[in-house]
Design a binder for this molecule. Structure first.
Ligand SMILES: O=C(O)CCC(=O)C(=O)O
Ligand SMILES: [Fe+2]
Length: 203
């Protein structure tokens, strides 16, 4: 039988994105959510920046979420568990798509009520090594009226775009090619928690 990792890889190969519900167990989801809220309370989150290196700056008209980067050298047991799962996704994508993915970087993200992230690509000049975006949502519950959708703009053969809105339901994983799918986070009506990361072709 095809594993969930192989299924993700096959979908990435076929359509450049994959959405998998219940990718992590409820136990791991609630543990990561609790960890996030403890870190937030400890004042560890910062307003997210855009750009990289000298061009890095906080621009709240572009994005106004708060993030906490994970330290690969100092992962908590739950973070480690999640990274191991992501590593299986990495290997499956390499087998199927030959992307030569070598490592992962990621951060917790908290979108307070009213926050958003306007349309962008995750791969840009300063971060060409980001090949695959991997997001896991940690929210306890999410309803249509909470908004805060991830809106993906899927490029079509005729040059037009198809819009796909995805609810940030807890346990749901979204994977897509960082350089190919523009996307945005629509303004959220409720606090919205996730881990966003990127598989890279560098160590
Ligand atoms: O949280 C999401 O749904 C997407 C976040 C995002 O686009 C990013 O952090 O680059
Ligand atoms: Fe993004």
């Amino acid at each position: 039988m095809e594993s969930v990792y192989e299924k993700i890889a096959a979908e990435i190969y076929e359509k450049s994105y994959a959405i998998i519900d219940d990718f992590i167990s409820e136990e791991l989801r609630t543990s990561l959510l609790k960890e996030q809220s403890d870190l937030l309370e400890a004042g560890k989150f910062r307003l997210a920046a855009v750009g990289k290196g000298e061009k890095k700056q906080v621009r709240t008209e572009i994005r106004n979420d708060q993030v906490l980067w994970m330290d690969p050298e100092d992962l908590s047991p739950f973070e480690m568990h999640y990274w191991e799962e992501v590593d299986k996704v990495r290997m499956a994508i390499n087998q199927r798509c030959y992307l030569g993915l070598k490592s992962f970087e990621g951060h917790f993200a908290r979108y307070p009520k009213g926050s958003f992230y306007v349309r962008h690509l995750d791969q840009f000049e300063q971060v060409p090594y980001r090949l695959v975006t991997v997001i896991i949502y940690l929210n306890d519950s999410w309803e249509q009226e909470d908004e805060g959708m991830l809106r993906m703009y899927l490029p079509k053969e005729d040059g037009s775009e198809e819009i796909l809105d995805i609810m940030p339901k807890g346990g749901r994983m979204v994977v897509f090619l960082s350089g190919e799918i523009p996307h945005e986070v629509l303004p959220t009506k409720k606090e919205r928690i996730s881990i966003t990361g990127w598989l890279r072709n560098i160590d």
